[in-house]
Design a binder for this molecule. Structure first.
Ligand code: HEM
Ligand code: HEM
Length: 203
């Protein structure tokens, strides 16, 4: 019998080990919420408000500060992922589903880093101040001297990546992730209890 077909663990501690740690759960839901807020806020100040209005400027400052705060939380999450390993995926899943879940999780980690880093790079290339809750966040090092047409083209490309390409990738990946979590809830391999602390354990 291989490990994934093993009978259910009787020992409640074994079940608890199949849950994500408190740190992973807190960071997962805080960062998920911040990303949804950031997509809504970004769309609102950039598309719905008049350009260069005071409201647009102050909401952009909040978007930037919140985005950098999210970056710090994401870095803590990546480090803590190495310190506290994630539980194994549910037993008995077909190989392709294991592979897809792993691939989507890795892509979500890359996306979580790319979203705020592209925003930071965009403001660095504009040589614009980078507000962080009332103080100045440093520009990305090594890019201060650039200017001219090639630089303007690069700056435009990074903006397109931040406001368009990454957002659609995010919506697609999060949709896939959510669809996987819901599918497993109904196909006898539930996973939500592993990430939602007050749900009873099921395996
Ligand atoms: C947590 C990650 C972030 C997400 C999900 C996010 C998302 C977005 C979205 C959806 C937009 C507007 C798209 C549209 O126009 O429809 C936007 C615009 C913008 N974001 Fe972010 N953002 C994040 C982090 C950051 C960070 C860290 C910075 C800067 C350090 C930043 C700077 C900006 C700026 C300056 C704009 C306006 C761009 C323009 O001038 O058109 N963002 N962002
Ligand atoms: C929309 C609501 C969401 C739900 C219902 C949800 C649900 C879950 C669940 C149940 C797991 C555990 C999967 C397992 O047991 O193997 C998980 C893991 C994960 N989620 Fe979400 N999630 C959501 C949003 C997000 C968002 C917005 C992101 C990031 C952009 C994200 C990133 C991740 C990552 C990277 C993992 C893997 C954690 C690891 O193994 O290190 N999730 N999610």
């Amino acid at each position: 019998m291989n490990r994934t077909d093993a009978p259910l663990v009787e020992d409640p501690k074994g079940q608890e080990r199949r849950r994500y740690s408190g740190v992973a759960v807190a960071l997962h839901w805080t960062i998920a919420l911040l990303i949804f807020v950031q997509i809504g806020l970004g769309w609102y100040f950039n598309e719905a408000l008049p350009d260069h209005s005071p409201a647009q400027d102050s909401l952009q400052d909040i978007h930037v500060s919140l985005g950098l705060t999210t970056l710090v939380l994401i870095l803590i999450r990546v480090i803590s992922r190495f310190v506290i390993p994630a539980p194994e995926l549910p037993r008995g899943l077909p190989q392709w589903e294991n592979w897809l879940a792993h691939a989507v999780h890795i892509l979500l980690y890359l996306l979580m880093l790319a979203l705020p880093l592209s925003g930071w790079l965009m403001l660095t290339l504009r040589h614009a101040p980078i507000p962080f809750w009332g103080i100045n966040w440093p520009a990305l090092p090594g890019l201060g001297a650039y200017s001219g047409p090639a630089h303007r083209a690069l700056s435009g490309a990074v903006k397109h990546v931040h406001v368009f390409i990454l957002i659609w990738i995010a919506l697609g990946l999060i949709g896939l992730h959510l669809a996987g979590a819901i599918k497993h809830q109904f196909d006898d391999h539930p996973v939500l209890w592993r990430m939602i602390p007050f749900l009873p354990s099921r395996d």
